[in-house]
Design a binder for this molecule. Structure first.
Ligand code: URA
Length: 224
């Protein structure tokens, strides 16, 4: 049984404006440009620059993190600081680099001092995140940290409960259910290295799932 999208509350104000703007974008370039011009998220006023995405949008795999940190804010790319370097090293153990996945965050601007984003800041970025996923059409999504999974899947448990289980998800923008996995955030692993063994299990599961997808004759990247 695939997880259906959480019922969408009526949207108003900046969130409704974000949804209209995002849905009108025909591709990722347009979506990034729309975000760059969008004034409805207060975080843009304290951030240095927009941090949208990195990697290969033709890949079957998408990773979704939480929010840009200091280094991401400087470079305008997700996961390029200490957490990102650990994430890259872990993914390399299953043969993945950024040419083999597309990576983004729930938030597109750094919260000042890395504070927890407000529900409004998350809500106003969500239409852009959902449109990005719709445009990429991943076959599997790896949620890096519990926040991303709770935001998109509407689940409530903490990451320790959520991680390690392959869940099928059928959002309204996907023609078919897609696979999802949740794993610990690398920032947490930097503080709790003993938990890396659990992430190793998650990555093996991810690798097997990707093998199964390519075994179905699914192309590495769909023609756009
Ligand atoms: N943590 C995240 O969740 N995303 C980033 O881009 C960097 C750190």
């Amino acid at each position: 049984q695939a997880i259906a999208p959480p019922a969408r509350r009526p949207e108003t104000g900046d969130v409704a404006a974000a949804r209209r703007l995002a849905l009108a974008c025909p591709d990722l370039t347009a979506l990034e440009a729309a975000l760059a011009g969008f004034e409805g998220c207060a975080l843009r006023r304290t951030a240095t620059r927009l941090c949208f995405a990195d990697g290969n949008p033709m890949s079957p795999l998408v990773l979704v993190g939480e929010a840009p940190g200091a280094e991401e804010d400087r470079q305008g790319k997700p996961f390029v600081g200490p957490s990102g370097r650990l994430l890259d090293r872990m993914l390399a153990t299953i043969g993945l680099d950024r040419s083999r996945f597309w990576i983004t965050n729930c938030l597109f601007w750094r919260p000042p001092g890395n504070r927890t984003p407000s529900p409004q800041e998350v809500a106003v970025c969500q239409p852009f995140l959902e449109r990005a996923l719709e445009l990429v059409q991943p076959k599997i999504v790896l949620f890096v940290g519990g926040t991303a999974a709770r935001t998109l899947l509407g689940l409530e448990a903490g990451v320790t409960r959520l991680r390690g289980t392959l869940r099928s998800w059928h959002p309204d923008w996907s023609p078919a259910p897609i696979g999802t996995l949740v794993t610990f955030h690398p920032a947490y692993l930097l503080r709790n290295p003993a938990q890396k063994k659990l992430v190793w299990r998650d990555l093996l599961q991810l690798s097997q799932r990707l093998d199964a997808i390519s075994g179905q004759g699914g192309p590495e990247g769909r023609p756009h």
